[in-house]
Design a protein around this ligand. Structure first.
Ligand SMILES: *Cc1c(COP(=O)(O)O)cnc(C)c1O
Length: 382
């Protein structure tokens, strides 16, 4: 079984290479940007880069906290990374919160049902639950509405006096930090201060107040507070390239996606290419087949646009992206077995792919299949 799995992975004809030195460089760059603690966000399998290796690289660079959305990811991470606090903020009413409390996770609660569950679970645990209170200051997604805060604040204050919870944090999430002039971030910060006062009035004093994602960290220093929670920037991708590219920000892309040419053909002008013949060869042309497709995470929306690099030459996808393959225009001399770089530190950028697919860089790296093998290079011990 083990042998079979290894064979499959080693012979898979696409690969993700992650440069752990770039991850570490980016974390160090954020370290130099703020006095606040840093919670490195490693949700969604470390934005596709690998949960545990990415976390190790960030910890090596001196981040203070790790943050994942799903409780399941937090439990997995806890087993591999001891000694660093782990914050988690998504679970449903069926979650085993006793296990979460006993594992020492920092657990966020942003709805009355979640507070009920956490208090019940914590009563059965030897040590208090490490609680972060989420307040909605403008995302309309998670967190207690400010009007609801007073009522829950009393319950939390009592639970803390009873030794059931330890209130570690108060936090919220920014909706428009990537638009530096929208004014919304300042309004959110005001609402956050109001929420802070409401809690203090009933004797709840969170030690870590945190609000900023990457864009907040970069473009709104007043949101740094006690801790920042950068995600995308740590992977060397800008949250909004129209404001500043990764290069402008001194961030290094960490992920390279590559594959190899497995078929070549010369076609005359007028030849239809891939499903639907949505594109035909304008001139006589060499085509190459590359075995990565939408089932691997190549966006079909990038049909006839997605950029690639072959032997140092830029080219692009021709016609529709298929489930497991794409067809590309071949530069002169390219042949079977040559490497095709979809994006990476050399080659097209994640942002070019996001443009080609009408999406954001976040979606390009996170949608890559877990089955695509990840290889790591760099000096951070994994
Ligand atoms: C994803 C996420 C972040 C990080 O956002 P980036 O834009 O990737 O920096 C921070 N906090 C929370 C709650 C998130 O869900």
């Amino acid at each position: 079984m083990q042998r079979l799995r290894r064979l499959c992975v080693d012979s898979f004809v696409g690969r993700i290479t992650v440069d752990t030195d770039a991850l570490r460089h980016n974390a160090a760059t954020f370290r130099g940007m703020t006095q606040a603690k840093i919670c490195a966000v490693v949700k969604a399998n470390g934005y596709g880069h690998g949960l545990v290796p990415a976390s190790r690289a960030f910890v090596a660079a001196g981040v203070d906290y790790l943050g994942v959305a799903q409780l399941e990811e937090a439990l997995e991470l806890r087993q591999h990374i001891p000694g660093v606090p782990i914050l988690t903020w998504i679970f449903d009413p069926s979650a085993n919160l006793e296990e979460a409390v006993q594992s020492g996770l920092d657990i966020s609660v942003g709805a009355p049902w979640a507070l009920d569950r956490l208090l019940t679970a914590a009563q059965h645990c030897a040590s208090p639950a490490r609680l972060h209170i989420e307040v909605d200051t403008g995302m309309s997604r998670g967190g207690f509405a400010p009007e609801m805060l007073l009522e829950v604040a009393h319950r939390i204050a009592k639970a803390e006096r009873d030794g059931i919870v330890d209130v570690i944090g108060l936090w919220s999430h920014l909706a428009r930090a990537d638009e530096p002039d929208s004014g919304e971030t300042e309004r959110q910060l005001d609402r956050f201060e109001t929420a802070t006062r409401a809690l203090r009035d009933v004797g709840v004093h969170p030690r870590l107040r945190h609000l900023a994602n990457t864009a907040g960290t970069l473009w709104h220093p007043r949101t740094h507070l006690d801790m920042v929670r950068p995600g995308i920037g740590l992977y060397g991708i800008s949250p909004e390239p129209a404001v500043a590219t990764a290069q402008d920000l001194g961030l290094q892309p960490a992920m390279t996606l590559s594959s190899r040419i497995i078929a070549v053909r010369e076609v005359p002008a007028g030849t239809g290419i891939s499903y639907g013949h949505t594109e035909t060869a304008a001139d006589a042309l060499a085509l190459g087949t590359v075995p990565l497709g939408y089932a691997d995470g190549i966006p079909r929306a990038a049909s006839s646009r997605g950029p690639v690099m072959v032997n140092g030459h830029r080219s692009r996808i021709m016609g529709r992206v298929c489930m497991d393959q794409v067809v590309i225009a071949l530069p002169k001399g390219a042949t079977i077995g040559d490497e095709v770089v979809f994006f990476g530190s050399e080659g097209p950028t994640v942002d070019e792919w996001a443009d080609a697919a009408g999406t954001i860089g976040y979606e390009i790296t996170t949608r890559l299949g877990r089955h695509v093998p990840r290889h790591y290079r760099g000096t951070v011990g994994l």
